[in-house]
Design a protein around this ligand. Structure first.
Ligand code: NAD
Length: 342
């Protein structure tokens, strides 16, 4: 047995503590320390997990000497913090999105290449075996020529949710519903249907909440393959109507709810009975933390194995870049001249 990897977690909020719980349950990694600029949050996590805490990132990297960091801080900080770690030869597993700003993401990917460290990003839906089976059918051409791929996330977030942390609902650190909640859908879309070539229409609106970003987004896109798609994301929908994606080609179709496949057929045959997908049933429709963590656990284990086996993780920096690229294109269309994460 190899020694466990030394793990550090940056950001000790709700998602950071979930990562810490998962790390504590694994033999492949050992929590070496945590970092949060908010002293009370850092101390609370340190007490919960019996590890030292830092409030300064450079000192944390210097003194905790992690081999891997998990980044669970506000989204607009991910790339800068990841670059600080990668500069020191530390592998990085970031929460979604990889960042809000595409230029920073590109600098980060190039730096990780130069430093020989792995960069991964949590998109837990990609760990679903059922989703992987459908994607494989698409990639192998068994769904025929893809004609359309559309996603919708119609969730509810209260004003209290946005008020609960200073970074939420800000252009610099969170982005709007599209960047925070919608990024799961954008990732699933480009993973299944390939990159988007053009955003033909984009509408962003702040319909219900006192925030500086959109809580309602609609976009129409054309994929590089020629397929078309519609994106609809909101945090104004109560009761929440869930998260769906539908894709069809000349020889088949599939529909998804959260990380579940709910319809799948090829060649006129219903393939639903052939799919196997334990766990991973719910999303975060009304409660942001009501997500199941089976996908997180599988992705973290994969990341540690990837380091040992010197192979890319299941969602590496280039894969995670695809959704940041699409996000930036939609924002560029609707808010010309303004770059998210700045
Ligand atoms: N994969 C998922 O389904 C999922 C679900 C929820 C959140 N997330 C992601 O996790 C990240 C964190 O979200 P959260 O819900 O835990 O937020 P949160 O507000 O609960 O926690 C964020 C923490 O980061 C800390 N922080 C702020 N600035 C910092 C800095 N400069 N350095 C270190 N720490 C800093 C805050 O003090 C806070 O403790 C976000 O990027 C979010 O998109 C992912």
């Amino acid at each position: 047995m190899e020694d466990p990897l030394r793990i550090g977690v940056i950001g000790c909020g709700s998602m950071g503590r979930e990562h810490m719980r998962l790390i504590a349950s694994m033999s492949e990694g050992q929590l070496a320390g945590v970092c949060d600029t908010h002293t009370a949050s850092a101390q609370r996590a340190a007490e919960m997990f019996g590890v030292p805490a830092w409030t300064d990132l450079d000192r944390f990297l210097e003194e905790a000497r992690p081999e891997v960091v998990h980044i669970c801080s506000p989204s607009g900080l991910h790339a800068d913090q990841a670059m600080a770690a990668a500069e020191r030869g530390v592998h990085v597993l970031s929460e979604k999105p990889l960042d809000l700003n595409l230029e920073k993401v590109d600098r980060l990917i190039a730096l990780c290449d130069r430093q020989g460290v792995w960069l991964g990003c949590i998109f837990q839906r990609r760990m679903s075996r059922a989703l992987q089976t459908v994607r494989q059918a698409i990639v192998e051409g068994r769904m025929g020529r893809i004609l359309s791929c559309s996603v919708s996330i119609k969730w509810w977030r209260s004003q209290e949710y946005y008020n609960s942390s200073p970074w939420r609902g800000t252009w610099a650190l969170d982005g709007g519903a599209l960047a925070n909640q919608g990024i799961h859908a954008l990732d699933q879309m480009v993973w299944m249907a390939g990159p988007v070539e053009e955003v033909e229409y984009a509408h962003l609106e702040t319909a219900m909440h006192a925030i500086e970003v959109e809580d309602l987004a609609i976009a129409v896109v054309r994929f590089a393959s020629g397929a078309r798609g519609v994106i609809e994301v909101t945090t104004c929908c109560r009761p929440d109507l869930g998260s769906r994606m539908e894709i069809y080609g000349t020889n088949g179709a599939a529909a998804f709810e959260d990380a579940r496949v709910v319809r799948f057929g090829l060649d006129g045959e219903d393939l639903m009975p052939t799919l196997d997908d334990p766990g991973m049933l719910t999303g975060g429709g009304s409660d942001p933390m009501a997500i199941q963590l089976a996908g997180h656990e599988a992705q973290i284990r994969d990341f540690y194995r990837a380091i040992r086996e010197r192979r890319p993780p299941v969602v590496d920096g280039r894969e995670a870049r695809l959704s940041v690229d699409l996000l930036n294109r939609i924002y560029a269309r609707a808010r010309p001249g303004q770059k998210p994460g700045t």
